[in-house]
Every structure is written in structure tokens, then in C-alpha cells.
Design a protein around this ligand. Sequence first.
Ligand SMILES: [Ca+2]
Ligand SMILES: [Ca+2]
Ligand SMILES: [Ca+2]
Ligand SMILES: [Ca+2]
Length: 472
Amino acid sequence: MVFSLFFLGLADAAEPTEYWSPELSELGAEALIAGEFDGAAGLDVIASYREGDAFGLAVLLSGSGETWTLTPEIPISALKLRVAQWDADAEEEVLLGMPEHSSAGHEVGAVWVLDFSGVTTAPTTLESLQTFSVLGDEQDSAFGTDVQAVDCNTNSGPELLVSAPNARNGGKVVAIASSGDPVALAQWSPSRKQGVFGVALGSLSTEQGPLLAVASCASSTGNCNGDGELYVLPISNCESTEFVEESDALTGSLSARPKHLIELFEGSASEHPAILWSAAGVKSVLALGSGAQLATVSTQNDQGAFVQSSDEVVQNWMSSSGSVWQVSGALGSALGADPSHIVHQVDGVDLGLNLAFAGDVDADGCGDVLASASDGEHLYLLSGCASEKPDTGDTGDTGSPDTGDTSDTGNPDTGDTSKPDTGDSNSPDTGEEPCQESFGWTCATASPVFGWNGLALLSIVFFWTSRRRQTE
Ligand SMILES: [Ca+2]
Ligand SMILES: [Ca+2]
Ligand SMILES: [Ca+2]
Ligand SMILES: [Ca+2]
């Protein structure tokens, strides 16, 4: 295996703005989604919040403009939120997985489909938004750990694909019919009858039809410490029970339990299609065709949040060391050479516990992202357009602060990295320390000066590995 390691070079700093401050505890710390849910033009946002031992959903629909707090009759102790197209109307529906949900005293797990179409007044209960629900069939199986809606059967409408990684004999994924009774049409489980199958799910649309990506840990710890496997299941016809062989895994030996499996935009990697195994601490780019691990991005102190937007080029958004990094272009060898990274940060706050793509909310031509943060009180809006550009033209006028201006011509401000200048003009910034001094890391490999905060902490490691399979 050949790998090279270098750090991101110059980056621009961007100041997020407070987008939603509903005075709830731990807003968006567990889950955060955004989309068009109510049918009234404008972004709708749903975030978890905490009330004592339980979670609720904080809802901000553009049609009402008010914050609603919704809790079900049985308190939620664990949840997953996904956005899906469930019914025929144009609005998106919300999938709520509750893997610890109890029914009749048994913790069987549940998934609800919530429909906010046309909802303009505060619902009295979360249940009143329910358009479909299904309970797990086995105690302590963690049914609802992850969920996707994919049309995988000839009957009308999509099916609900639900994982129950703690189910007997190594976990399972089931396809639930959307019409009629919520019965299981199909089931996938590991033939070795051990491990944790279905810790995360992702849906992929390919020329060969819909595919379901399933993350599994071979051991039953659920941590995927070097034994994580990615399965890609054809689901154009899901109507039977299938046992998945270890040798069917697209790739194995992956680290860290993923929070998301994401179908990457074209242009995100050297091969397409590609899937991102997005876990806390590690983001692995996996080629769907060859199974090769194309690139690995290591992050620090994050929860595995990752989203993409697409402007002129793909924008990758991920959290590391309390900041959200916006990295343009392919997650591959060109990454470190491209200086147009933007770091979004808020003083004193860990930003980016969860991320949600928000569309172009501020109408400046670039896709934007919502981020929850450790202060727990606000959702922040991260603008996809760089609010500050590198100083490429300082003329020496000493009176004006150098805050990312590009109108001056003259001396480039070569020390400028991730912080607005504080007033100097014809000399390099001195307010920013090279990473060598800040972190004790060597700075020799990339650009001359590094930013002061966290640049070295988002290190990019490329693994040029061939496809790895477990074949025993
Ligand atoms: Ca809306
Ligand atoms: Ca719909
Ligand atoms: Ca609907
Ligand atoms: Ca924008």
C-alpha cells in the first residue's frame, strides 16, 4: 500500500450566522434534517432537542414560521431522522426511526413516516402527523436504527427499508410494504449468523436500478473497529429472505461505525459511483464498481456529519475540531492542492454536531448548510459562498483594515489564512501562527503558512489500495 499524507493549506474563514434560536436544550445535537416538508415555498427544518431523559422534535416550517415542539406519547430515547419521498405529493416526508421504542412493555423499536404536507397550525401530538408506522418484531433488535424509503417491489409506492442490527443471528434489514398492513416483504441477514448487520443504510440509484448500501460490523461490538463491511444489495425485486455471504461484501476492514452511507455526487472521487462511509473520525470513499478505498479523510471530535452541495464543483462539508470544513472538488489526490477550502467557525463553540443541506437559503448562488453546535441553543447557517476571499492585493494603505478585500492591488498579503486581518496592510499578517508553533506539527509539506486553528487537524490520508475482500 502506498499512501501520502499532507495537510490542507490556505483556507478562508467564514462567519456563520444564527439561523434558528428556539431556546431549546441540545438543539440538533442528535439529529437534524432540512427540506421541503410543508409545501409552502421555503426551507423547513426539523431538529431533535432534549427534555430531561427524552428527545423531542423541534419543527420550523416556512408556512408557519413558528417553532413547534412535538413529542410522542411514549418518550423517545433514541432516534434517527431521514428525509424521503414517501407519497405522490411533491413534498418530502420524514422518516423517524426509534430503535428503543417500546410497545406493550417490549422494546421492539419502531419507524414512523411523518407527513407535514399542508400543515399550517401546530399539531397537538406527533402521532397526528403519522401517515404510516411499523413496529419491530423482535425485542431488543434496535429496529429503526436506520431507515430508507426505496421502491423495490411491483406494488404501488416505495417500501420502507429498516435495519435491526441487534436482531438475533447477526442483525437484519427488512423491506416493509407501504400499502396494506405493514408486513415484511423481504429480509436480508448475514449467513454467518453473527455480527451487527445494518448499523447504517444508504440508498443508491444506478443504471442497474436501485441499490441498498448496508454497513455491518463483523463482530457484535457494534463499533466496526477494523471489521466494518459494506454490502451493496440489488433491491429491484425485494420479495424474499436472503442470506448475505461475507464474500459478498464490497469491501471490509473499515474503521468506525458509520453514521451515514452517502451516495457521492459525480466528481467527488476518482471513480463514480462512489459511496462515503461517514463515521466519527473517519470518512472513507469507496468505489462502487471496484470496491477500492479511494480516499480517507480523518477528522477529529466529530459525530460523522457530512453533506454535499454542488455549485460549479462539488462542495464537501464535514466537521472537525469544532469547525465545519467546506472542501471543494474531489475527495482525492487533488484535494490538498486546491487552496479554496473554507473553514466555518464560531468562537467558543463546537460547530457541526450535525449538518443538513439547506439549498441556497441566502440566494447568493451557492448552496448553504445548517449546522447544530455544542452551545445547543442555535442552528447556524453556513453560507456556501466564501464571505471572505484571500487578500491578493494589498497596496499599503495603512488606514483601512484588511478584511478580505480584493480591490487593492499591490503587495499580496501572504500571511493571511483563516482570520480577518486586523489592520495591517503592507506587511504580512502576524496575528496568525504557523501550525508548527500551534500544534507542533511539521509544516514542510504544503503551503508556506498554515492557519491558526485546526488546519493541521483535518488531515487527509489517501489510501491507494486495491479492493479488499474477505473471502473465507
Ligand atoms: Ca416549506
Ligand atoms: Ca411526498
Ligand atoms: Ca405528503
Ligand atoms: Ca447561499
